[in-house]
Design a protein around this ligand. Structure first.
Ligand code: SF4
Length: 301
């Protein structure tokens, strides 16, 4: 809504705000948060409750869980398999990003109760990769280095060939004509097209299985089709893969001046000078109240 105030001939334009939809929590995040809520509220849950890595990439959500007594194990230098060494007893929850098979085995061997909050889309990728490895395929997996979802997939087998961009393809040296390629669920729908095309050019018999999830696809398409604006604000955690991709689509494909901020506090207010129209969206792991706070602030300016 735009309200114009006229004061003795001076027209003050109120900022126009376009909320880009869909935005905010995806189905996988809602499911993971419901699981952890149930675990916390179940009086039979063995304590203490641990989270193996961040359940989703959002510091506000993590802080809220910590305030409810959940112990969050995070160390970027350690794999989730190694983080398990820090747990002696109680219940451990695996994050929405999925974990490698050895994590389940180790948790069982340690006698821990474990709860799997992996997103079903990620588990489909795990199962497809296992199936193709069992059927004698060479498997190529496309993803972002050091992302927990990638760690979980690469832990399935050391035979999986990992690439993150088209230039990595030249290092692939596969002689078999049974090749299967798939990908991390939150990559850019625009980048992946080029990577798949280059793979197909090098290996014509390759099976391409695009596994970017529906939530990621429709949010990125909404970013590409957003209306003209002076500024686009993408709200989300800087560690969230899908949030970073929304920023990239807005800035590089839609070519709109775009900023990524975690919350109202971290939004640089100086960039709002001379901005009349602003688009706003959020990553799939961003709570809606954070976006609402920013919109309220913009409305008051
Ligand atoms: S972004 Fe996609 S893969 Fe990730 S949790 Fe949401 S639905 Fe699952």
């Amino acid at each position: 809504m735009t309200i114009n105030l006229v004061i003795e001939g001076l027209v003050l334009l109120k900022m126009k705000i376009n909320k880009i939809e869909p935005q905010g929590y995806c189905g996988g995040v809602i499911k993971a948060l419901k699981i952890i809520d149930d675990v916390i509220n179940n009086e039979n849950t063995k304590k203490p409750i641990y989270l193996l890595g961040q359940i989703i990439h959002n510091s506000h959500v993590i802080d809220d869980l910590k305030s409810k007594g959940v112990i969050v194990l995070e160390d970027k230098t350690k794999k989730r398999l190694d983080l398990l060494d820090e747990i002696e007893s109680g219940t451990v929850i695996f994050s929405a990003h999925g974990v490698e098979p050895r994590v389940y085995e180790k948790a069982k061997a340690k006698g821990l109760e474990y709860i799997d909050a992996s997103c079903p889309y990620v588990l489909v990728v795990h199962n497809k990769i296992k199936e193709h490895l069992n059927n004698g395929y060479e498997v190529i997996y496309i993803g972002t280095k050091n992302h927990p979802e990638v760690e979980g997939v690469l832990g399935i087998s050391d035979k999986i060939k990992f690439i993150s961009n088209t230039s990595d393809i030249k290092n692939l040296n596969i002689t078999s004509d049974k090749i299967y390629a798939t990908n991390q669920t939150t990559l850019s729908i625009f980048d992946i097209e080029d990577i798949f095309k280059s793979l197909k050019a090098k290996y014509p018999s390759i099976i391409i299985d695009d596994k970017i999830c529906n939530a990621t696809t429709i949010r990125q398409e909404a970013m590409k089709n957003q209306p003209d604006a002076d500024l686009c604000i993408v709200v989300g955690d800087p560690n969230s893969s899908n949030t970073k991709k929304l920023y990239k689509v807005s800035k590089e494909i839609r070519k709109i001046n775009t900023v990524l901020c975690e919350d109202l506090e971290s939004l640089d207010k100086n960039i709002l000078k001379n901005v009349n129209v602003v688009n706003i969206t959020s990553g799939a792991s961003t709570p809606s109240y954070i976006v609402d706070e920013i919109i309220e602030y913009l409305n008051k300016r």
